[in-house]
Design a protein around this ligand. Sequence first.
Ligand code: PLP
Length: 387
Amino acid sequence: MPDPIRYSCQTIDEEDVAAVAEVLRSDFLTQGPATRRFEQAVADYVGTGHGVAVSNGTAALHLLAQALGLGPGKLLWTSPNSFVASANAGRYLGADVDFVDIDPATGSIDPDALEARLAAGGRKPDLLIAVHFAGHSLGFERIAELCEAHGIPLVEDAAHALGASYADRPDMKIGAHPKSRAATFSFHPLKSITTAEGGMIVTGDAALAAELAMLRSHGVTKDPALLERADEGAFYYEQQALGFNYRISDLQAALGTSQMARIDDFMEARRARARRYRDLLADLPLDLPPATDASSWHLYVVRLDPARTDVTRRAVFDALRADRIEAHVHYIPIHTQPYYRDLGFAAGDFPQAELYYERCLSLPIYPRMTDAEQDRVVAALAAALGR
Ligand SMILES: *Cc1c(COP(=O)(O)O)cnc(C)c1O
């Protein structure tokens, strides 16, 4: 039996292990200097002012949606082709959630669909969460312009996109766009860098960052400048909002800072794999993802082209699994999940996302992938497609 090839896996080295061990021997396991260093490392890399580290990417979305005023009677729009967390961020706060259909060429919200929805009138969203699917950002510039023109606050779920640049602004890292209020990252093991579990919001807005930092810690502050009453001693604190315990630990933050030192190597390795897939898959009956070096290539998603093959995605997926190649599928459209159906959504609501789901397959891609592993994936895929 050949070794399994997972669709993604983390890259941990001895320096990462040493960085975590150093925190274990220090005075602070949480809320210490390692968290501040990690926030600074990510904000500096992205090229924006502030980073607020939290316990995971979902918490980052939840806090950001709360800080930007989502709540009962408010409306969130996001992409149906995403992980459920992108939409759940609104539901946690009692807001209504709706979706904008995708462009199958990018997997992200279709700017034409957004423009048509806005031109049709009706209820406008109070927040739009754009998702940089797979780490691509094609189309985002127009989404940002439309949101600005219609006065819609815009943020980015950049869980896939740490290390990517904007397709239309190659000198700007994702997370630094002037028309976006903030962006969120996830440090789950399969994302660009990992802290095991972890997330961060980056923003150029100092007041927003301060509010997020307070919400991350129960809505409590000890900052003398913010206290509403005279302090009653050095112990004194005030809870000024309903926050959470969404902190990251210093062990995780130290791992994250250590990983950030190698992010450019991770990105180069992923981009080289994507370029090589493009060459190796050219003759198969597949629609390939966009040819872009701006992407972080979190996922390499091919789509079966029904005009060129009768083989189903299910058959290809099962054939790869039989060869111990653990391809994956991103994503089951959020609005078709039972929870969202119960809210009134139905199959057919967002046809491009549904068609995408029927045909898509995420091939293995990760920094440590070897040529031999990639060749095995391509050979198994070709065999499954009868080529
Ligand atoms: C991974 C992911 C999240 C959630 O991140 P966690 O750290 O797992 O909570 C949110 N949105 C997208 C698009 C993701 O891929």
